[in-house]
Design a protein around this ligand. Structure first.
Ligand SMILES: C[S@@+](CC[C@H](N)C(=O)[O-])C[C@H]1O[C@@H](n2cnc3c(N)ncnc32)[C@H](O)[C@@H]1O
Length: 292
């Protein structure tokens, strides 16, 4: 270890390449945020969907699903997560790592939840607000920029903390999960999807969440479940069996997908993930855990 405080270092041991290296939190988050920044995401989405002349409030939420669900399985994964988390009308939900707001809008629209949405990417937060306006939800979701490892909310605020495909970019999962349990009310549910490390063989980069291994933290399922238990969660269950797994069905030619937000190389990145899931190098998880 160096003379630096262990708290400001994120150590990663990569079993595939046997590299050990460290990156401080600020640098890691800067790199991750830039991975999720294109500069013109709203314009790319509006163009892909042919919505250049659409008035605010005129676009059905469903027509955004092909482009705003930035995870394997698309809206099916979101539906599955809502089911296993037993989301109910009026719940207070934190979407931790909310992307461009696809799931937040779904939870407001389908369940009448009150949703706070937080993401590291300033551009994704701005796009989320732009898309809210298009579907008539302007101001209905509180979006903010920030990190899931340091939440700006009082303890016992939320009925559910929801986090879809975010943990693969978070090195300090203990800090993230400790924050999740702190802001949950007693009896509240933490629901997350994670793509876990499988048999330890190297995966091919780029993948949807990272261009290289230095921002990829896909830890093995047992390790992730253990960290949840360590911070105090109970009734920890992996529901992944039967949940949509990577990759999503191929898009028909010309049909929009999440490339406008995620980048034009998404077909290759999805394919790399899909092969790794098929041969056991990656394992998709869908987990619920309760705050006692
Ligand atoms: C693959 S995208 C998923 C977005 C969204 N959950 C969805 O499924 O549509 C991962 C998201 O996690 C966000 N993220 C990664 N690390 C984060 C952190 N430490 N705090 C907040 N957001 C983070 C990224 O900015 C990105 O928007």
């Amino acid at each position: 270890m160096t003379g630096l405080s262990p708290n400001c270092l994120l150590w990663k041991y990569n079993t595939a390449s046997a590299n050990v290296f460290a990156m401080d939190t600020a640098n890691l988050e800067k790199k991750v945020a830039s991975h999720y920044t294109r500069g013109d995401v709203t314009e790319r989405i509006i163009t892909a969907l042919g919505l250049q002349d659409a008035a605010y409030g005129s676009v059905p939420i469903e027509s955004l699903y092909p482009v705003d669900q930035l995870h394997h399985g698309g809206v099916k994964l979101t539906e599955g997560m809502a089911k296993v988390a037993e989301i109910k009308p009026g719940m207070m939900v934190l979407d931790a790592g909310s992307g461009i707001g696809g799931s937040a809008r779904y939870l407001v629209d389908k369940f009448g939840c009150k949703v706070e949405a937080m993401d590291l990417s300033e551009e994704f937060v701005r796009t989320a607000e732009d898309l809210d306006k298009l579907v008539g939800l302007s101001g209905g979701i509180a979006h903010r920029t920030g990190s899931v490892i340091e939440l700006p909310y009082d303890g016992s605020t939320f009925d559910a903390v929801w986090s879809q495909n975010v943990t693969m970019n978070v090195s300090d999962k203990r800090a993230m999960f400790a924050e999740a349990i702190r802001v949950l009310r007693p009896g509240g549910v933490f629901v997350l999807t994670h793509i876990g490390e499988g048999n330890g063989d190297a995966i091919d980069f780029p993948v949807p969440w990272a261009m290289t291994e230095d921002t990829s933290f896909a830890i093995p399922p047992a390790e992730l479940l253990q960290v949840l238990a360590d911070v105090g969660f109970q009734n920890i269950t992996d529901h992944a069996k039967g949940a949509p797994s990577a990759p999503p069905p191929p898009m028909a030619d010309g049909q929009p997908d999440d490339s406008p937000a995620m980048g034009d190389d998404m077909p290759q990145r999805r394919a790399n993930t899909g092969r790794a899931v098929a041969d056991g190098r990656l394992i998709p998880m869908m987990v619920t855990a309760l705050r006692p």
